[in-house]
Every structure is written in structure tokens, then in C-alpha cells.
Design a protein around this ligand. Structure first.
Ligand code: Q9C
Ligand code: ZN
Length: 364
């Protein structure tokens, strides 16, 4: 089952980003969603697309994001225009790297200044409808998550382990895994997957049947946002395969293992540039065998990026279109109900078949 909305194409269309010191087109483009949705429409035997979704309100978002960030996102563009900012959208001029120091507490005097409090790079332009778009993406993801929880309950009640575990996919943009509790960056504003993982945990506790969630982040980039949000808790488990030297550069090393109660529940597996299909699948199998299966999760939530693709314009792995069904198959063999949430992947021509390949691999 695929949850999406045309709004994910129509909204949040920044005209540019800064990459390698130059102004370039915005790689996280609306065409991405069209490419994936197009592939799915051509394969109705595998995919059932739903465009309806519910609004769960601010509550589930506030479980992982700070109120201040939401207020900033809601008001930033209008304030920016009022103070003479370019209609291109909000970008920081500085980043408040003093945040943790004993000084640098002076209050932000303008939207330009506040952008430096809440945005950590130059690839998260805030346009007029960015907050609405990010909000919708989170709500679509929550709708998919609720459906997965329902399917998972039936699956468990049926008690037949030969049945295929249910899988649900949220085809959303903007993506989420770089968004931290109080900062945006890397095309991400609200962390869709983190919101969903926390919701699964909260609902299960409310129902008196606490469930464990394992995050499997297979985007090419490290999910610094998801890691930050869950660094000091043991549920969810965060696991990630990613480039050892690319963006976001300063997080994702193997020695980031979590802290306090969360110690041992943050698993980073950095991989070298030019990682191939076989190397990737081996690393994924090893990660699952050594960390995911022993955790005994009730749900898997996958940050589904296909910027690991050999022809991705901003990344450096060598995974091919043939590799993706194998990745999906490895995830299927965990045998646990799985939520897939769209993250990165920027080779428009192959985006549909690559994402579709993972999901078809999961379907078996
Ligand atoms: N040379 C996601 O895939 N620019 N975000 C990186 C690297 C930002 C990627 C430049 C990349 C963000 C969701
Ligand atoms: Zn990525």
C-alpha cells in the first residue's frame, strides 16, 4: 500500500540550492515524486495507491520537534519578505555555532538571524508553502503508519508466520532524516520517519502493549536528525548504512553509539565510496543479523533513500537497478511489519524503478 498526495508535487518548489559553491537547481525536486508515482501507477499488480490521508494535528510532531522550530517554520517566509529578503526563500547567513557555548545567547534580531538558529546548511530553502508541505508529508506518513499498525495487528492475530509481513510505503517529500529536533537542513524540515516511529511507540504504550521499533536508514547520507532525536533512548533502535565521508560530514561514525539509556542502541555503519551491489547487500545482511534481529523489533521503519544509486548526481556509491530488489528481499526476510518512508534519490530517470525495486523485493 502506497500513501501519497499530489500536494507532494505541487507544494515546496524552491528554485535553487547552493552546491559546491555555486547556485544550482534544487535536486530535491517535485519531479521526484512524479517519477516514483508514475512507476507505481504502471505496476498496479504490486502497488495500491491511496491519496486520502488524515490530519493527526501537531501532537505527534511535537513529540520529536521543539515548539520553537515549528513556530519558526510557520512564520519565517512572511517575516523574511517583510524584512526585505529575496522571494527565492529563507536561507541562513550564519549558523549559530555558539549554541552550546557559555556566550552567544543574544536573541535573534531578525528572520535572517533566526534562520541561523534553525537551519544548519544551504540546502533547506524555506519558501512560502514549505511548512505546509512538510506538515502534509508528516501527516501522510502518519496515515501510512496507522494503516501499518492495523495490518500488523491482523497479522499477529492470524498467528501464521508463513504469511507475508505487511508493508506500507509513504511516498512523500520533502524528506526528513536530516531534520533534527530544532534544526532543518539537507532538504529536510520535519523528520517524517522519526514522527512515525515515535507515534508507533506512543500508541502501543497507550494500548498497554508496548512495541519496539527498529529504524533502518538506507539513504546514502547519514540520518543525523533521526540519530539526534533518539540518541539517548533504547526504543527506537537507530541503524544506518551510509557514506563514510560525504554530507552531513560530522556525524555518522561508528563510535557514535548512543548515550545513557540509549547506549548501544545507535548503530552507524559507514561504507566507503564506490560501494557496489554485493558489498552493500553484505553490509545490510550483517547489520540486520548482528543488530536488528537481536533487538527483536515489532516494527521496522525504513528511511528509504536510493541516492546509493550508481548514477545519482550528488552521491558516490555504485548500487545498480538490479541491486534494489535484493535489498528489499533482505528486508523482507527479517519477517517484521515494515514502514517505508521516502528520503533521498536524485536520478530522476531511474528513481521509479529503483524505489519500486526495493518495494517489489520486499513483496517477494
Ligand atoms: N556534495 C537527502 O538525501 N547537499 N538529503 C549535499 C554533497 C545536501 C541530501 C552536497 C544533500 C542532502 C534527504
Ligand atoms: Zn540522501
Amino acid at each position: 500500500k502506497v500513501y501519497t498526495s499530489k500536494l507532494c508535487t505541487q507544494m515546496h518548489t524552491p528554485g535553487f540550492e547552493i552546491l559546491g559553491g555555486a547556485e544550482t537547481h534544487f535536486y530535491e525536486s517535485p519531479e521526484r515524486r512524479e517519477a516514483i508515482a508514475g512507476y507505481m501507477a504502471e505496476h498496479p499488480e504490486s502497488f495500491e495507491i491511496t491519496e486520502e490521508y488524515s490530519d493527526f494535528g501537531e501532537g505527534p510532531i511535537r513529540r520529536v520537534h521543539k515548539k520553537e522550530l515549528l513556530e519558526f517554520l510557520e512564520t519565517a517566509y512572511d517575516e523574511w519578505i517583510k524584512e526585505g529578503g529575496h522571494p527565492n526563500g529563507v536561507l541562513p547567513a550564519t549558523v549559530n555555532h555558539h549554541k552550546l557555548a557559555r556566550y552567544g545567547k543574544q536573541l535573534a534580531s531578525s528572520c535572517q538571524a533566526r534562520a541561523g538558529e534553525f537551519v544548519f546548511d544551504l540546502s533547506a530553502v524555506i519558501t512560502k508553502d514549505t511548512y505546509k508541505a512538510a506538515w502534509n508529508a508528516a501527516q501522510i506518513t502518519l496515515t501510512a503508519t496507522q494503516e501499518l499498525a492495523r495490518l500488523a495487528e491482523n497479522y499477529q492475530n492470524a498467528g501464521d508466520s508463513k504469511n507475508h509481513p505487511p508493508g506500507v510505503y509513504a511516498l512523500v517529500r520533502p524528506p526528513g532524516h536530516h531534520a533534527q529536533s530544532d534544526m532543518c537542513g539537507g532538504y529536510c524540515y520535519l523528520n517524517n520517519l522519526a514522527i512515525a516511529a515515535q507515534w508507533l511507540i506512543d500508541e502501543s504504550v497507550k494500548a498497554g502493549k508496548p512495541k519496539k521499533v527498529a529504524v533502518l536508514d538506507i539513504d546514502y547520507h547519514h540520518g543525523n536528525g533521526t540519530q539526534e532525536m533518539f540518541y539517548s533512548v533504547s526504543n527506537p533502535l537507530y541503524t544506518s548504512l551510509h557514506s563514510s565521508l560525504d554530507y552531513p560530514y560530522f556525524t555518522g561514525s561508528a563510535d557514535e553509539k548512543g548515550e545513557g539509556e540509549g547506549l548501544g542502541f545507535n548503530i552507524n555503519i559507514p561504507l566507503p565510496q564506490a560501494t557496489t551491489d554485493d558489498e552493500y547487500v553484505d553490509a545490510l545482511e550483517k547489520l540486520i543479523k548482528e543488530h536488528v534481529v537481536p533487538y527483536q523489533p515489532d516494527y521496522i521503519v525504513v528511511s528509504l533513500g536510493v541516492d546509493t544509486f550508481i548514477d545519482d548526481p550528488i552521491a558516490g556509491f555504485l548500487v545498480t537497478t538490479d541491486g534494489y530488489p535484493k535489498i528489499g528481499d533482505v528486508i523482507r526476510r527479517i519477517g517484521v511489519p515494515t514502514l517505508f518512508v521516502q528520503e533521498g534519490g536524485y536520478c530522476i530517470e531511474k528513481l521509479g524503478v529503483n524505489v519500486g525495486g526495493i518495494l517489489e523485493g520486499y513483496l517477494g
